[in-house]
Design a protein around this ligand. Structure first.
Ligand code: AMP
Length: 174
């Protein structure tokens, strides 16, 4: 039987030299692969108590939405600045070069809601940390973070120490 890693394609030197890009298009374009990815992520959080799933644009939507549908939970969007039409709260964070901003609608969930954050991949954890800050600004409690892929060399787990992080596969020293 094929494993998750069997479906993930690695593209060297994308988008810049030295980066091993972990391409998830090859897992979602295969029906078995897509189901394996979502089912594995659901299994990782099966003991977790949460009210809502928040997914990060754009690859977080791909995995977060089917997880929410399967669990019969609401799904809310974390988007790049300027994309959400309603009243938003925003959070900026640093990238390798410069900075960026992500946003959520202020009415995404009721105050005190337990939020599961979903994304495709955690590298440095900068994006995940910004997502956590957004949820907390809105009065939510981060129940956990679930990603398909973790790159432990980049120490994202340490950046969000104190929060639960579940990952389906890791690439270390590869
Ligand atoms: P970071 O903020 O460093 O944890 O990076 C988070 C986002 O950058 C992830 O949601 C990915 O979409 C993307 N990303 C970073 N590094 C890689 C990589 N090696 N392969 C694929 N995507 C990556």
């Amino acid at each position: 039987m094929k494993t998750i890693k069997d479906y993930i394609r690695t593209i060297p030197d994308f988008p810049v030299p030295g980066i091993q890009f972990r391409d998830i298009t090859t897992i979602i374009q295969d029906a078995e692969g897509f189901q394996l990815a979502v089912d594995t992520m659901l299994d990782l959080v099966k003991d977790l108590d949460f009210d809502v799933i928040a997914g990060a644009e754009s690859r977080g939507f791909i995995f977060g939405a089917p997880m929410a549908y399967q669990k019969h939970k609401p799904f809310v969007l974390i988007r790049k600045k300027g994309k959400l039409p309603g009243k938003t709260v925003s959070q900026s964070y640093d990238l390798e070069y410069g900075s960026t901003e992500i946003e959520m609608h202020v009415d995404s969930f009721p105050e005190g809601a337990k939020v599961l954050l979903v994304d495709d991949l955690i590298a440095t954890g900068g994006t995940t940390e910004a997502m956590i800050k957004l949820v907390e600004k809105l009065g939510g409690k981060v129940a956990g973070v679930c990603v398909l892929i973790e790159l432990p060399d980049l120490k994202g787990r340490e950046k969000i120490a104190g929060y639960r992080l579940d990952s389906a596969v890791t690439y270390e020293g590869e």
